[in-house]
Write a protein that binds this ligand. Structure first.
Ligand code: UDP
Ligand code: MG
Length: 336
């Protein structure tokens, strides 16, 4: 049951094939929220799971009235699932949390207290210890945050991912953004709302295995870079200029050698240069393609996700009109 009044807290949980961990997660989350003394809702976004997650979620919603289940038609990805939850969260504060218990739900009351005491609109949960993540995960994540801090003017605290609390105003601002390829951990800090942090130890996944394969991490990285910086495009210009300068020098050398009667020796060096320049050109084209591709999909205006079922409106019709993701706009800018 979703009360008409705005709950104090909405908890948005993106869930993809989490049958192993979901019961454990619910068992740990519920007592914390029930004893918090605040009204709340849990928005469980099933991101197109094809294991028994949908059945478990329906069961959960029957026994836990504050749970609202939102099912996406197909796997739309972690960020899109989060966005779908954020557009429906009605709370005065909204927490987003992973379902695998790597983010401890016990921290939620502390985040709420921090927001109110420090009058902060955003509370980032920052991981101070990631020793339970694999070495590969830590080093790639470390690289990601360092690169993002370098190339975007306004990145959030290092080590903060998607476990965060946001005020109503922040969530409204996020929901109003027209971007399709959203990377919330970069968008939220860029909005510039007053923020604070709480720290926690990253726990091990309670059950199941990661839903973030290398390809998903790469996609997130590309979305982050292209969404927040045009530096790679400038890089293309600089590397073009550099290889142009090197080519000019080589030409001078070749002409000079010809003039003094020495033939340029070796085809290997020539071949290496041609191949090198070709590689730089392809790289630049590829970089350009990343931006053009995103512009194209933004112009198409297709929503980042389709909702198949919403337990708040079980008999449908689907609330397309109320879903900003479905709203048409002149340049086709869905809200997710
Ligand atoms: N997730 C999702 N859609 C996806 C991939 C992941 O909703 O396509 C959810 C997943 O169920 C979990 C959260 O996003 O609740 C974080 O995923 P995961 O724990 O697998 O990522 P990791 O912690 O390994 O980076
Ligand atoms: Mg995880």
């Amino acid at each position: 049951m979703i009360t008409e009044e705005r709950p104090m807290l909405s908890v948005v949980v993106p869930i993809f094939n989490e049958e192993d961990v979901l019961p454990l997660f619910a068992e740990r989350l519920r007592p914390i929220l029930d004893s918090s003394g605040h009204s709340y809702e849990v928005i469980a976004v099933d991101d197109g799971s094809h294991d028994s997650t949908p059945i478990l979620l329906n069961r959960l919603a029957r026994s836990w009235p504050q749970v609202r289940v939102l099912r996406l038609r197909a796997n739309a990805g972690h960020q899109a699932a989060l966005s779908a939850g954020l557009t429906r969260a009605t709370g005065s504060y909204v927490v987003s949390i992973d379902a695998d218990l790597q983010d401890p739900p016990e921290l939620i009351p502390d985040m709420l207290t921090a927001a109110r005491q420090e009058a902060a609109d955003v509370v980032y949960a920052v991981r101070v210890d990631r020793s339970t993540d694999t070495r590969f995960k830590r080093s790639t994540a470390g690289g990601f945050y360092r690169v993002m801090a370098r190339i975007s003017d306004n990145s959030g605290p290092i080590g903060a991912a998607d476990f965060r609390l946001m005020s109503r105003a922040t969530v409204d601002a996020v929901n109003s953004l027209p971007e399709r390829h959203r990377v919330l951990r970069l968008i939220v800090p860029a909005l510039g709302f007053p923020s604070t942090t709480v720290t926690y130890r990253r726990a091990e996944r309670a059950a199941g295995h990661t839903k973030y394969p290398l390809s998903a991490m790469l996609r997130l990285t590309l979305d982050s870079i292209t969404g927040f910086s045009v530096i790679p495009l400038r890089l293309a210009t600089w590397s073009g200029l550099l290889s142009g300068a090197v080519a000019a020098l080589l030409l001078l050398y070749a002409v000079g050698s010809f003039a003094v009667g020495r033939t340029v020796s070796g085809w290997a060096s020539t071949f290496a240069v041609v191949a090198g320049v070709g590689a730089v050109q392809l790289l630049c084209l590829g970089l350009l393609g990343e931006y053009v591709g995103r512009m194209y999909s933004q112009m198409q205006g297709r929503p980042a996700y389709f909702v198949a079922y919403d337990s708040a409106h079980p008999d449908g019709p689907m609330d397309w009109d109320h879903d900003p993701a479905m709203r048409a706009s002149p340049v086709g800018s869905p809200n997710t």
